[in-house]
Design a protein around this ligand. Structure first.
Ligand SMILES: [Zn+2]
Length: 350
């Protein structure tokens, strides 16, 4: 069994959008309720979050943008972009979301007290740009986490895996010219928010080759995602040899999600976690920190997070031989896409 940490805090629920907004407080109520189940409560180590400091936020965000978000504290709700709301306690929740990820990185990765951790936070982060909120995101939790690991702890290679159905434009842009972070994203592409993440976006300057975008067609499920992780992510990651793996985990690829249009199941998420753990075991002593991004089917969100947590803990809900069989059977559906991706990335990776 692994020692697995979780970050949870009622203050994340006080970032209020409204009940009709897909990214609403009920998402964490659903997950936190699941954590109180008999097979979950007590099996995980609590990692109390802290507020990210101004200096930590400035590793990714410009001062005037941080000032803008800080100025919303205690004020009537206002819109930061067409999809993103700041309520009176959103600034507090957003600082705590970043700080929760930083504490998870400290506890699970850098001090080695835990094997891995899942930060169950909101607001989510991967669309947030250095100078603006976007797509339900205020501060870029995972991007600040990667910068923190690099600047504060001297890491030189951090892998960010982003399996949310949307492309993590903010994360990609933060590290587009950097080789210290390899950004790997699977996302629905083609007339879909936010519109970035073409396979030809591969980084520039020192970062050339360190951005890997895998566009997915609607309707992809466990076998397709499994094959992409096995045949694109795994070889590249093993050659990059990350010292830490961060995951932007969105569950809006779930088959009942109202926004995603994909067909993933709980077992599929466990399998992606399993492949990621396999990579981490080989390259960085198993160190994985997962941060919650999207996922808007309330029941599916809780059951999917549960499957990932069980996998992290080493109490797997999947039969690997069965997954491999499904992946072999589904290989034909992604073969053409794999060939195309190889033609893009073969100049950088074996
Ligand atoms: Zn998403």
């Amino acid at each position: 069994m692994n020692r697995t940490g979780i970050v949870r805090d009622e203050r994340y629920i006080e970032h209020i959008t409204d009940d009709y907004h897909p990214e609403n407080p009920n998402r964490l109520r659903s997950i936190y309720g699941m954590l109180q189940g008999g097979d979950m409560e007590g099996f995980f180590t609590e990692i109390p979050p802290r507020f990210a400091t101004r200096e930590e936020l400035e590793m990714v965000h410009i001062p005037s943008y941080i000032d803008l978000i800080a100025s919303t504290a205690g004020q009537p709700a206002r819109r930061l972009d067409p999809d993103t709301v700041a309520s009176p306690k959103s600034y507090e929740a957003a600082c705590l979301a970043v700080g929760g990820v930083l504490e998870a990185i400290d506890e699970a990765a850098l001090q080695g007290n835990l094997n891995n951790a899942f930060a169950l936070v909101r607001p989510p982060g991967h669309h947030a740009e250095r100078n603006r909120a976007m797509g339900f995101c205020i501060f870029n939790n995972i991007a600040v986490g990667a910068k923190y690991a690099i600047q504060t702890h001297g890491l030189e290679r951090v892998l960010i895996i982003d399996w949310d159905v949307h492309h993590g434009n903010g994360t990609q842009n933060t590290f587009y010219e950097a080789s210290e972070v390899l950004y790997f994203s699977t996302h629905r592409y083609g007339f879909f928010y936010p519109g970035t993440g073409a396979p030809a976006e591969m980084g520039t300057g020192k970062g050339e080759g360190f951005t890997v975008n895998v566009p997915m067609l609607p309707g992809c499920g466990d076998a397709e995602y499994g094959n992409i992780f096995l045949h694109v992510l795994k070889p590249i990651a093993l050659s990059y040899k990350p010292q830490l793996i961060l995951v932007s985990a969105g569950f809006d690829t779930y088959y009942r999600d109202p926004l995603g249009g994909m067909k993933m199941t709980e077992k599929g998420y466990a399998r992606l976690t399993n492949i990621t753990m396999d990579i981490a075991q080989t390259t960085c002593g198993g160190k994985i920190i997962i941060a919650l991004e999207g996922g808007y089917d309330l029941d599916g969100l809780a059951t999917s997070v549960k499957a990932v947590l069980q996998e992290l803990r080493g109490d797997s809900v999947i039969d690997i031989a069965e997954c491999e069989g499904n992946e072999r059977n589904g290989y034909g559906k992604v073969e053409g896409q794999l060939e195309k991706l190889k033609s893009y990335h073969k100049r950088y990776w074996e």
